[in-house]
Design a protein around this ligand. Structure first.
Ligand code: FAD
Ligand code: GLY
Length: 380
């Protein structure tokens, strides 16, 4: 008789690897399948900002989900370090969101007001203070300092997650799932070109590729790839940034190795294309040069792309699919899948084990998604 896993997780990015690792920690036998290598897609392409306050433009459940996940991060990376010896380089350097126009300054002041009234730290800095803190920047009108937003080095985070998953789960790389079929006795059969696998439960965490697997189950999820192009540079020593720098056109994320990640395009119509284009490099570099002219002699290191798993409102769908007991999803993390990995792992565990979800997570439950009336980019 075919070996039946307790759970099969399809897709080993940050979301799938975290979910698989957490599920294995509950004592379940977990099979984690990936069509390429664990973590090789959006998750290792990410800039690694944990921008819980940065990335959310209005109060609401998504803001609280982001804060909840950010609060879990230190424990998450410490546990990964203890398990794997890999340091994801969580850096509490804060994010400076710059304003160059009166409208940007006003929007940031509004954000400061609602975020501080909701108990978070957010401080408006005038242009002189910004210049003292970050001398490499050009003159701006001021900036919102978000001291508790931090960053990790995404490639190391996913490396640690991959090792943790391999220690606790059966992992198969280079295995693409082509179909998922309900089975009368053992839950689901997962079909691949090289063999089929049986699981009591299945979790779809296939990132930007999830739509094809979700389609037969008539879920309300609509996942589309949203291409992002980035590059990294190595500034001369005197131009090192103390904070992550964010403007409406570009962001600069300093890493511990002295490089700065410069990102990112947000291309909704590029499909699965992964080209690095001259146009994107030109616009990222000229935006970087505009906010930090001192970077002009920084050394170019590399450029790359990633495909964000886009959802209509930029927020994830998680949980068990209606009418398909044992079939779960964790998809659509769009711009914040690195930030949201720790809380998503907890949500997936509760979903698979059948424990009740707290009320605060209900807005992200896949079963309620159809009624949410979500709009494109509502979250930013
Ligand atoms: P992925 O990492 O893409 O993983 C999906 C996995 O599923 C892949 O490994 C793929 O091979 C596998 N797969 C797909 N289909 C199948 C199949 N049929 N069978 C088997 N395996 C399959 N987030 C942040 O929090 N902070 C940031 O600063 C940040 N910056 C970003 C910058 C850019 C340019 C991009 C592109 C993304 C950024 N993100 C950021 C977003 C973040 O990277 C994503 O939200 C997150 O990585 C999504 O994780 P995932 O596991 O769902 O997807
Ligand atoms: N969160 C940054 C990005 O998606 O580009």
């Amino acid at each position: 008789m075919q070996d039946v896993f307790d759970v099969i997780v399809i897709g080993g990015g940050a979301i799938g690897a975290t979910s698989a690792w957490r599920l294995a920690q509950t004592g379940r036998r977990v099979l984690l399948l990936d069509k390429t290598r664990l973590g090789s897609e959006a998750s290792s392409a990410a800039a690694g900002m944990l921008g819980a306050q940065l990335e959310v433009a209005e109060p609401g459940p998504f803001y609280h989900l982001c804060l909840e996940s950010r609060a879990l991060y230190q424990g998450f990376v410490d546990e990964l370090f203890d398990a794997t010896g890999i340091d994801a380089q969580l850096t509490h350097n804060g994010i400076l969101h710059l304003a160059y126009t009166a409208a940007e300054a006003e929007a940031l002041q509004n954000r400061r007001i609602w975020q501080t009234s909701a108990g978070a730290k957010a401080e408006w800095l005038d242009s002189k203070t910004v210049a003292e803190l970050e001398p490499a920047l050009s003159a701006c009108l001021g900036a919102l300092l978000l001291p508790d937003d931090s960053n990790v080095y995404a490639p190391l985070l996913v490396q640690a997650l991959a090792v943790a998953a391999k220690q606790t789960c059966t992992v198969m790389e280079g295995v693409e799932v082509t179909d998922i079929e309900p089975h009368p006795s053992h839950g689901y059969t997962v079909l691949t070109p090289t063999g089929n696998y049986a699981g009591e439960s299945v979790v779809i965490t296939a990132g930007a590729w999830a739509q094809r697997l979700l389609q037969p189950f008539s879920t309300p999820c609509a996942i589309q790839p949203v291409k992002g192009q980035l590059l990294s540079i190595r500034p001369r020593h005197a131009q090192r940034f103390r904070h992550t720098i964010f403007s409406d056109d570009v962001y600069l994320v300093p890493k511990r190795d002295g490089t700065v990640v410069v990102g990112a395009t947000e291309e909704h119509d590029a499909g699965f294309n992964r080209d690095v284009t001259a146009d994107a490099l030109l616009s990222l570099l000229s935006a970087a040069h505009h906010i930090a002219p001192a970077l002009k002699d920084a050394v170019f290191e590399r450029s790359w792309t990633g495909l964000r798993p886009g959802s209509p409102n930029g927020q994830p769908w998680i949980g068990e699919v209606a009418q398909f007991p044992g079939l779960h999803v964790a998809v659509g993390h769009f711009r914040n899948g690195i930030l949201l990995s720790p809380v998503t792992g907890n949500m997936v565990v509760k979903s698979v084990t059948g424990e009740a979800w707290p009320t605060r997570w209900q807005p992200f439950h896949v079963a309620g998604a159809a009624s949410r009336g979500v709009l494109q980019n509502e979250s930013r």
